[in-house]
Design a binder for this molecule. Structure first.
Ligand code: MN3
Length: 233
C-alpha cells in the first residue's frame, strides 16, 4: 500500500512538473504573453455615462488613447529591468526612467484610475470617510468642488486635476501631461483619491473648447464609492 501510494505521488509530481514546463515554453514562445502591462476593459458600457460623456469620446479615449499608452509603455520597458516592475514602482522611481516611460506609464496609471472613478450610478454628494475628510480639511463639499474645478480649469494645456492625501490631509492640485502625484519628480505629491483628465481628447468631441462645462458634468458621474475605497487603502 505504502509503496504504491509513493509511486502515485511521484507520478503526480512529474506530471505537474511537465505541465509547468509546457506552460513556460508556451509563454516564452509567444511575444504577447511576455507583455508587462495590459488594457482592462471599461467597467461600464461606452455609452453608460451619457449624456455627460458621450459614447464616441469614451470609445476613442479608452480604445485608442489609453491603448496607445499601454502599447507604448510595453515597447519602452521590453527587454529592460523595468519590465518586471509594478506601475507603482515605476511611478515612485520615475526620475530614473526615459521620458517614454514617464508619458506612457503615467498615461496608463492615470486612465486606469480615471475609468473607475466614474460610474453611471455616480454623482451627488459624497458620504462616508471622504465626506468627513472634505469637511475637516477643505471647508465642506461646495468649497471643495469649486477649488477642484478651478484646479482643473486653470491647468494650462494638457494635464490632470487631483485630490490627494498627503501627511493625512486632503490636498487639491494638478499636474501637466501624464504626470501624477505618485511620481518622485512631480511637484505635486500625495496618494491620489480623485482624478480628472483635462486633456482636450477627454472632452473636445462633445464640448469643443468648453472645458468648464465638461468639468461641471464630471460631478454628475463621480464614483464616490471608488473614492472611499482609495481613501481607505
Ligand atoms: Mn486621457
Amino acid at each position: 500500500m505504502e509503496h504504491s501510494r509513493r509511486d502515485f505521488i511521484k507520478a503526480a509530481g512529474l506530471a505537474a512538473l511537465a505541465g509547468a514546463t509546457f506552460k513556460t515554453s508556451v509563454l516564452s514562445a509567444s511575444p504577447e504573453g511576455k507583455e508587462s502591462f495590459s488594457l482592462a476593459t471599461l467597467p461600464y458600457a461606452a455609452d453608460a455615462l451619457e449624456p455627460y460623456i458621450d459614447r464616441q469620446t469614451m470609445e476613442i479615449h479608452h480604445g485608442k488613447h489609453h491603448k496607445a499608452y499601454v502599447d507604448n509603455l510595453n515597447k519602452a520597458v521590453a527587454g529592460t529591468a523595468l519590465a518586471g516592475m509594478t506601475l507603482e514602482q515605476l511611478m515612485s522611481s520615475m526620475s530614473k526612467h526615459p521620458s517614454a516611460v514617464r508619458n506612457n506609464g503615467g498615461g496608463h496609471y492615470n486612465h486606469t484610475m480615471f475609468w473607475k472613478l466614474m460610474s453611471p450610478a455616480g454623482g451627488g454628494e459624497p458620504t462616508g470617510k471622504i465626506a468627513e475628510l472634505i469637511n475637516r480639511d477643505l471647508g465642506g463639499f461646495n468649497t471643495f468642488k469649486e477649488q477642484f474645478s478651478t484646479a482643473a480649469l486653470s491647468r494650462f494645456g494638457s494635464g490632470w486635476a487631483w485630490l490627494v492625501i498627503r501627511d493625512g490631509k486632503l490636498e487639491i492640485g494638478s499636474t501637466a501631461n501624464q504626470d501624477n502625484p505618485l511620481m518622485d519628480l512631480s511637484d505635486f505629491k500625495g496618494k491620489p483619491v480623485l482624478a480628472l483628465d483635462v486633456w482636450e481628447h477627454a472632452y473636445y468631441l462633445k464640448y469643443q473648447n468648453r472645458r468648464k462645462d465638461y468639468i461641471e458634468n464630471f460631478w454628475k458621474v463621480v464614483n464616490w464609492g471608488e473614492v472611499n475605497r482609495l481613501v481607505g487603502k
